[in-house]
Design a protein around this ligand. Structure first.
Ligand SMILES: [Zn+2]
Length: 391
């Protein structure tokens, strides 16, 4: 049994608590939340700073950890993707070592659960044995080549069969992005999901994506031609890419749209009318790394959208730290209140992954993990001197 308190406790689902202690059992489950005054001070661990729930990293690619520092910044998405394809090959030992280091970095940074994209089985043994909970999104793409859809479907379905999906972990089959999944492959994906789950998709990350769907022009057309691929089966829809995805996805599932740097208020409203279960993962440092731009968070706040926070992979980020992502939000869009970004980094992510019964907020009966945040700046926001420590 532990009794813990700090200057304040952000429960996220309810009040900010002062003069209160958390009582935890040996597994870290919160068994009571009580006034500090009712307890012998000698029996209580007291900290300077604020206590928040464990962080949920809504978007990562653990299997790409070995490319840390190897891909140029600021190139924009299409050259970035090309560079990843060219640099991905590495020895199993190097891949394994990099993934282990990335897992450790997330644990030490107060992350408790990860929504992780997998194209391969490399991460699966690590995930099954990890203290982190994983929702593995096995990602399918046929690069809009309808004649490849069946082959690709069978290939990635083999990966899905091996993904850890019992006990603490979960998995689903997901489309990579609107610009890389044919109508036929979307249809095949809709046949495999049994029961309600979470479907992740990269969304509206770069301007050429919009051009492809509006007018079948721009750098994506040239990208495909450069690889000798024809786009004969693809027709522009005269709307932004999210409309193509929405018409082919199942609104009953939880849908996790990732990046959304070019998402407009109208796109957001359309998606939120389409389904009550939409989630919007932002990966600010990866957006700066690849495209040097950020989503407009005001649009998401005004719409009441459920924003989550992801790190993306070490291929497109300097660290796997949710606190660092919050520092970036606070630096460039400082109107986002601390409580709001904290909810994005905890409970919204837990809900997106279907793990909110255990994680995401400080409530009796949950086992959310506890983080101590110190050194918030004068505005009460994460800044240069802010640190996180797992309690
Ligand atoms: Zn990604």
């Amino acid at each position: 049994m532990r009794k813990i308190t700090a200057d304040a406790i952000y429960t996220v689902s309810g009040e900010r608590l002062v003069g209160t202690i958390l009582v935890l059992d040996n597994q870290g489950t919160i068994v009571a939340i009580e006034p500090l005054a009712a307890h012998d001070l000698a029996s209580v661990e007291r900290y300077e700073g604020v206590i928040v729930p464990g962080f949920v990293n809504a978007h990562c690619h653990l299997e790409l950890s070995h490319m840390k520092g190897r891909i140029n910044t600021g190139t924009q998405l299409i050259p970035f993707i090309t560079s990843v394809v060219q640099n991905r090959a590495a020895s199993p030992e190097l891949i394994e070592t990099a993934m282990r280091a990335a897992e450790q970095e997330m644990l030490e940074g107060g992350i408790v659960a990860v929504g992780d994209i997998s194209n391969q089985t490399d991460t699966f043994a690590l995930k099954a044995a990890s203290k982190l909970r994983f929702f593995t999104f096995v990602e399918f793409f046929d690069l809009l080549q309808t004649h490849d859809a069946d082959k690709v479907f069978n290939q990635y379905n083999q990966v899905y069969q091996q993904a850890p999906k019992t006990g603490k972990d979960a998995a689903s089959c997901v489309p990579h992005a609107p610009y890389s999944v044919s109508d036929k492959l979307f249809g095949l994906l809709n046949t495999v999901q049994s029961g309600l789950t979470t479907i992740s998709i990269h969304n509206q990350e770069t301007q050429p994506e919009t051009e492809l769907f509006m007018t079948k022009s721009g750098d994506f057309v040239r990208f495909y031609e450069g690889f000798g691929m024809k786009l004969d089966d693809f027709e522009a829809i005269g709307q932004t890419s999210i409309h193509y995805a929405l018409a082919r996805m199942n609104p009953q599932h939880r849908s996790l749209f990732v990046h959304n740097t070019l998402t407009s208020a109208e796109d957001l409203a359309t998606a939120m009318r389409w389904s009550e279960h939409t989630f919007w993962a932002t990966c600010p440092n990866a957006n700066l790394y690849i495209e040097n731009r950020l989503p407009n968070y005001k649009i998401f706040m005004d719409a009441g959208a459920k924003v989550c926070v992801g790190t993306d992979s070490l291929t497109s980020n300097w660290k796997l730290s949710i606190l660092d992502e919050l520092k970036t939000i606070a630096k460039y869009q400082s109107y986002v209140p601390f409580e709001t970004m904290l909810r994005w980094a905890t409970l919204n992510g837990a809900e997106a992954l279907g793990m909110e019964a255990q994680l995401g907020s400080i409530e009796v009966g949950k086992q959310p993990g506890l983080n101590l945040i110190t050194g918030l700046d004068a505005r009460g926001l994460p800044g240069e001197h802010t640190q996180v420590r797992v309690l």
